[in-house]
Design a protein around this ligand. Structure first.
Ligand SMILES: Nc1ncnc2c1ncn2[C@@H]1O[C@H](COP(=O)(O)OP(=O)(O)OP(=O)(O)O)[C@@H](O)[C@H]1O
Ligand SMILES: [Mg+2]
Length: 237
């Protein structure tokens, strides 16, 4: 079986500067794959390439063995891709439940949407704020709603861009078990996150991006001790 996501040798340049320079990675069903790296490394740009918001100058994106490099974001969503954004992109004036409904209708149509939304509200412990307007939520819960909207589409591949930013430590701990559970159901999760303890505790594999190139990859235990990775982060400071 091919990897659910395969990114090969992707290059994206903004003007003369390469935000991605031959980057690639694999994400497998049932696993959480981490993508880490200093600010400006190219993580969000890689997500944009995977979901179809940005066309790379070269390289390929394969979903379940299918070349989608030139497919629209809508088509990729139909193939089972969902994502969240680093800068929250909730429907701010809709309620929490309606935000989840939008995701659920994308994934399974109207008929089951209500049921899916309500199950997710419970799973994410958002039932208490189901009727609240999204804009009024603190960042931590707003991020959870965005994850909920993505999950409501019942994705095969879930891309999360800094989902724990703004969560307190208790929220982050609950979020870690949610991610493990989602992966255990067979979803391929790709996690971009600066919270290293979250990354190291939930990821099966970690890729390290620096200046647009993957400089290291492997299980958390290996990445934690990798000199190249430490140097990249020290260079940032
Ligand atoms: N639309 C754009 N136009 C020009 N340059 C861009 C654009 N988007 C990103 N860049 C540049 O590309 C590089 C990679 O940015 P990207 O946002 O992908 O990094 P990142 O790893 O997600 O960083 P962070 O951890 O801060 O979110 C940066 O140098 C950034 O300034
Ligand atoms: Mg980013």
């Amino acid at each position: 079986m091919p990897s659910l996501l395969r990114v090969d040798d992707v290059t994206v340049a903004f003007g003369g500067r390469k935000a991605l320079d031959g980057a690639g990675l694999l994400a497998e069903r049932g696993q959480v794959t981490g993508l880490i790296g200093p600010n400006g490394a190219g993580k969000s740009t890689l997500f944009d390439v995977v979901c179809g918001l940005r066309r790379p100058q070269s390289g390929q994106v394969l979903l379940d063995g299918r070349d989608v490099t030139r497919s629209s974001p809508t088509r990729r969503a139909r193939y089972g891709l969902a994502r969240t954004f680093q800068r929250l992109e909730l429907f701010g004036r809709l309620s929490v439940r309606d935000n989840l409904l939008v995701g659920a209708e994308l994934g399974s149509g109207r008929r089951r949407a209500g049921q899916i939304a309500d199950e997710l509200l419970e799973r994410l412990e958002l039932t208490g704020v189901a009727g609240d307007v999204a804009d009024t939520l603190p960042t931590g819960s707003a991020r959870l709603v965005e994850v909920g909207r993505a999950l409501a589409a019942q994705p095969a591949l879930l891309l999360l861009d800094e989902p724990a930013a703004g969560q307190d430590s208790e929220e982050t701990e609950r979020f870690a078990s949610l991610l493990r559970a989602v992966a255990a159901e067979g979803t391929a999760v790709v996690l971009v996150e600066h919270d290293m303890s979250l990354v190291m505790s939930v990821c099966d594999q970690v890729y390290v991006l620096d200046l647009g190139k993957i400089i290291s990859s492997g299980p958390p235990d290996v990445i934690r001790r990798d000199e190249t990775v430490l140097a990249a982060y020290l260079g940032e400071a």
